[in-house]
Ligand binder design. Structure first.
Ligand SMILES: [Mg+2]
Length: 130
């Protein structure tokens, strides 16, 4: 379910994937729900959010590269700091993705919920979900 919630002056997008939680010994699908705000001090566009998404994905890759020592540089950060940086960059990616969803909904009339339903169906079809 994708819903737009208003908390004070802040619009937030709550994305929640709810898959028939079953009882009676059947497996329950693990879920993660995150709530991220609609940024109200920016005027994002599809292009600006797409570019920002790539920038943030690059920062995430850079942080992982530091953890793995992929660049050949000596890593000056301790593992805990690198993991914290990775987590922060991952949230930057998620925030930017949510910002782009707001743009698609508000500026292009895209139905995120319908596309989310299709996404879940695709995951099942490909065998990523039982
Ligand atoms: Mg970042």
């Amino acid at each position: 379910m994708s819903i737009l919630v208003k908390i004070g002056k802040m619009n937030i997008m709550k994305l929640k994937i709810k898959q028939g939680l079953r009882t009676g010994g059947e497996k329950v699908l693990e879920q993660k729900t995150i709530v991220l705000p609609r940024l109200d001090n920016l005027t994002p566009t599809m292009e600006s959010t797409a570019l920002k998404l790539m920038e943030e994905a690059g920062e995430l890759a850079q942080a992982i590269g530091k953890l793995r020592g992929l660049s050949g540089e000596r890593v000056k950060m301790d593992k805990e700091t690198v993991l914290s940086t990775i987590t922060k960059e991952l949230l930057d990616v998620a925030q930017t993705a949510v910002s782009m969803m707001f743009v698609l909904e508000e500026q292009y009339g895209v139905d995120i919920q319908q596309t989310l339903d299709e996404h879940i169906a695709k995951l099942k079809r490909k065998g990523y979900l039982k």
